[in-house]
Design a protein around this ligand. Structure first.
Ligand code: GDP
Ligand code: IMO
Ligand code: MG
Length: 436
């Protein structure tokens, strides 16, 4: 298996970071292919909680080399802050352990200012972006005005970044937002260039060589399938290809790399979303508070990047089936099963109803979910605490039945069940695979 892709099967925050960390125990490379510091991936090791925004989660394991592909938009300030946080935790990232594509695009303070100003201008119709400048940076990429990592080393870089800020100022003025001073930004990015230089690499070439040498590359998706620019709940999406296919264009891999690829879909035992957009199985009131938590636990449903409360609801099997198809997911990792302990009944959305008809697929994708009404299967809950369980046989029967119901619906096996944020709070599933 040349590549194993870990991809979010919902609206992000499925627990990809902790699943990547588990697979990284046997990997040599951990690569990100999309997005930027809008991502927030948590890895918990003992008392230490790592919140990674740009650096691949696999690098927490000492032998793993992190790769940032051309598909990313990189804010160098976040990158260096994150490296510094890791250094303090005794995770050193010399250039041999972190490789950054020369073709990745740069995020500047102008992109962040534009992101915020555009969101403000949208008013009630705002998308609820993370404010990290992601949309404007990908806009510059698509309109061929972007600055790439390699551009930092050209003689006219300061002039070009200054021009880019001046250009952004024209839009900021129209949006009645404060203008930025280009000079200190250009100066800061000149210093970033010096620091970044030893890390810059041809990620595509290095990964190709690694795969030819028989190494497995562990690939970490950011966001989730339903936030994909093409396949998500458009326009309430991010600006990159979050799905498994993004791996190829975002890392510079050929189609042959996809042959026999392992695609692990990470799915939370319930559904969450942060930001605006449709959410058919959304809950409100006490039921929502029960799933979200109040913020007293580190894993409660508040954004890793922005701290915003996440919207919560029952697991949506129709959207899960869609994600499995779009990504070619061949196994699942179900996270946060422990959070459901103590619920009398658990609902699982197995289909949608529209005009008296029941359907399990989405003829025109998930962009407009408003005409659909979820159809639920009700399953019995369990009262036992799951956080100490490490073996499939030790899970309560109704917890096993819930996982099996997900498997039957999904048509792909559940390989891992996560019962807490800690590295070792993971159960490998045993037993027969689902009928297909
Ligand atoms: P990611 O963006 O997909 O990597 O997910 P996040 O890190 O944004 O959000 C997942 C949150 O749930 C983090 O706080 C994790 O530490 C936590 N988490 C992951 N798996 C589990 C689990 O099985 N149980 C509990 N209680 N928390 C978990
Ligand atoms: P991880 O990798 C959850 C959401 C934002 C917003 C939309 C667009 O941690 O799962 P953007 O700033 O990307 O332009 O915002 O996408 N969003 C995420 N939601 N998890 C994420 O990342 C997200 N990254 C972006 O909330 O709705
Ligand atoms: Mg997250």
């Amino acid at each position: 298996m040349p590549i194993r892709v870990i991809v979010g099967a919902q609206w992000g925050d499925e627990g990809k970071g902790r699943i990547v960390d588990w697979f990284a125990a046997t990997a040599r490379y951990s690569a990100r292919y999309n997005g930027g510091d809008n991502a927030g991936h948590t890895v918990t090791v003992g008392q230490r909680i790592f919140k990674l925004h740009l650096i691949p989660s696999g690098v927490i394991r000492p032998k793993v080399i992190g790769m940032l592909g051309n598909g990313l938009v990189i804010n160098p300030r976040t990158l260096f802050d994150e490296m510094e946080t890791l250094r303090k935790a005794e995770i050193a990232l010399p250039p041999e352990r972190l490789r950054i594509s020369y073709a990745a695009h740069l995020i500047t303070p102008a992109h962040q200012a534009l992101d915020k100003a555009i969101e403000t201008a949208r008013g009630k119709g705002s998308l609820g972006t993370t404010g990290r400048g992601i949309g404007p940076a990908y806009t510059d990429k698509a309109t061929r005005q972007g600055l790439r990592v390699a551009d930092m080393f050209s003689g006219d870089f300061c002039e070009r970044i200054g021009d880019a800020v001046a250009e952004a100022n024209r839009t900021l003025k129209m949006l009645e937002a404060a203008a930025l001073d280009p000079a200190p930004i250009a100066d800061e990015y000149r210093r970033f260039a010096e620091r970044l230089k030893p890390y810059v690499a041809d990620v595509s070439l290095e990964l190709d060589a690694a795969m030819k040498a028989g190494e497995t590359v562990l690939v970490e998706g950011a966001q989730g399938t339903l936030l994909d620019i093409d396949f998500g709940t458009y326009p309430f999406v991010t600006s990159s290809s979050t799905t498994a296919a993004g791996t190829l264009t975002g890392l510079g891999l050929g189609l042959d790399a996809a042959k026999d690829a392992g695609v692990v879909g990470v799915v939370k035992a319930f559904q969450t979303r942060v930001g605006s957009g449709p959410f058919p199985t959304e809950l409100s009131g006490d039921q929502a508070v029960r799933l979200r938590g109040t913020g007293s636990n580190p894993w409660d449903e508040f954004g890793t990047t922005t701290g915003r409360p996440r919207r919560v609801g029952w697991l949506d099997g129709v959207l899960l089936l869609y994600s499995i198809r779009i990504n070619g997911i061949n196994e699942l990792a179900v996270t946060k099963l422990d959070v459901l302990s103590g619920l009398e009944t658990i609902k699982l959305c197995t289909a949608y109803k529209r005009d008296g008809k029941t359907l399990t697929d989405l003829p025109f994708g998930p962009a407009d979910l408003s005409p659909y009404e979820p159809v639920y299967e009700e399953l019995r809950g369990w009262s036992e605490d799951l956080t100490q369980v490490r073996k499939w046989k030790d899970l309560p029967i109704f917890a096993k039945l819930y996982i099996q119901a997900i498997e039957e619906l999904a048509g792909v096996p559940v390989r891992l069940v996560s019962v807490g944020p800690e590295r070792d709070q993971l159960v490998e599933k045993e037993g027969p695979e689902p009928r297909r």
